[in-house]
Write a protein that binds this ligand. Structure first.
Ligand code: FNR
Length: 424
């Protein structure tokens, strides 16, 4: 089941392989839950454990969504709405869920979505997510809103996927793309659905901002979570010093805790297809546009020569009335030409992964549960989360009569949900 990802000599890691998983890790992770996660049996259940571990504002930042959280709910209920057709007596003693993406073979059809402030929720969160993904043979996308330099994650993860938040400014884009390329990243994910920050009322209530303004309330939130305070915050300060926004631009950004600084979203609202084209022309690796819901935008990305798109409503954190990505997928896929089509937002079950693939996704990404897992139990937590999801995929493949994902098509869905059916 676990065919290794390709092994490449990588100058950025001093000749170490760039994406070779440790085959032993997955087996260990599959059989043993870290102590704090022993009552967690599926991806949804990481949230309750993380709620007890993280300060209110940090937990709310990760768990929450925009406005009234409508899109967050739809992301789950729209997956539940899609029904499948079990097939019997097919006789596959073992199943293979290895998947090829941009020429690389991954052990599973899912990866870790980019998540900002990972190193505030989890100790050394960006590196932890990248290391766990590397060990598992899956991709993790390094976030631009990160407190760890992209060069360090490229080396120590190692990570080959980087997500950029770019300003609508040609010169700054070229400089940033060159920095990303120089660090050895092979896939550049350009997030397109954040022209402005989403409206997060829970964060306002919790006085959680980025940067964090020091206050008695914020200090109290940390003091009542001693495990986080000791294992994540104080350890970070001791080992790495005060974290800064490292990757929003070529120059280092402000510190995470600051009285006055307002982190700049300036320029993001003017980002346009013109800038996407600059990225496409400048970056020699794969370029992926993240945050596509409209088929017209997928067609535009294809026309500009993008390698892929991620169908996403940002986990319900941007436009609260957005269509869910699973509902948007069939029409986006039909408009996407030859591009690789990936999806995130609301994937929590093995069946969700298979439904997305049946509706045209080549690969999916999962966000919040992996960060909760990293926050509570570090690399073993992330490995455990991945093992739960991969076990669900394997079980569902058996019940759908699939020996490998190459055999998966729309026929695993009940007829009404097949894109080719008139009623879909
Ligand atoms: C995000 N997301 C995100 N996306 C992105 O392109 N850049 C980023 O920096 C972030 N930051 C971020 C922080 C946190 C805490 C979360 C939860 C999410 C969105 C993320 O990549 C992805 O689209 C969603 O998380 C997917 O939805 P689920 O799996 O969390 O439901």
């Amino acid at each position: 089941m676990t065919e290794a990802a390709p092994v490449k000599a990588d100058p950025a890691t001093g000749g170490r392989p760039a994406a070779a998983p440790d085959p032993g890790v997955e087996k260990r992770a599959a059989t043993r839950a870290p102590r704090r996660l022993r009552n967690v049996f599926n991806l949804e259940e990481f949230e309750a454990v993380a709620r007890r571990h993280l300060p209110r504002g940090v937990f709310g930042y990760v768990a929450g969504a925009a406005d009234a959280w409508t899109a967050l709910g739809d992301n789950r209920s729209d997956f539940a709405h899609v029904k499948m057709m079990p097939r019997v007596l097919v006789g596959h003693a073992t199943r293979d869920q290895a998947t090829t993406l941009f020429g690389a073979r991954y052990n599973h059809p899912f990866g870790i979505a980019p998540m900002g402030l990972s190193a505030l929720a989890a100790y050394d969160g960006d590196v932890v997510l990248a290391r766990a993904a590397h060990a598992l043979g899956i991709p993790a996308v390094m976030s631009a809103t990160s407190l760890t330099s992209l060069e360090r994650v490229a080396n120590e993860g190692p990570s080959r996927w980087y997500q950029a938040y770019l300003p609508g400014d040609d010169e700054r884009i070229v400089a940033m793309v060159d920095r990303i390329a120089a660090a050895g990243y092979e896939v550049l994910v350009m997030t397109a659905d954040v022209p402005v920050a989403g409206n997060r009322e829970d964060s306002k209530r919790d006085k959680f901002g980025a940067p964090l303004k020091p206050s008695l309330d914020v200090a109290m939130q940390g003091l009542v979570r001693p495990a986080w305070l000791w294992e994540t915050m104080l350890r970070t300060l001791r080992v790495h010093g005060m974290p800064h926004f490292e990757n929003n631009d070529v120059k280092r950004g402000p510190p995470i805790i600051a009285k006055e600084v307002v982190r700049s979203f300036a320029g993001r609202a003017s980002l346009s297809w013109h800038h996407a084209q600059i990225v496409r022309e400048r970056f020699k690796g794969k370029v992926v546009i993240k945050g596509i819901i409209a088929p017209e935008d997928a067609a535009r990305a294809a026309a500009l020569g993008m390698d892929g798109i991620i169908v996403s409503n940002h986990g319900g954190r941007q436009l609260d009335s957005s269509l869910s990505s699973i509902a948007a997928l069939p029409a986006v896929k039909a408009a996407a030409g030859n591009m690789t089509v990936m999806l995130d937002s609301g994937v929590r079950r093995g069946s969700d992964v298979l439904k997305a693939m049946a509706l045209g996704a080549d690969f999916v990404f999962v966000g919040r549960p992996f960060l909760f897992a990293a926050a509570v139990s570090g690399v073993p937590g992330v490995e455990y989360a991945a093992s739960l999801l991969s076990a669900e995929i394997d079980r569902d493949m058996a019940m759908l009569g699939l020996g490998s994902l190459d055999a998966l098509d729309e026929n695993v869905l009940a007829p009404a949900w097949r894109p080719s059916s008139d009623s879909a």
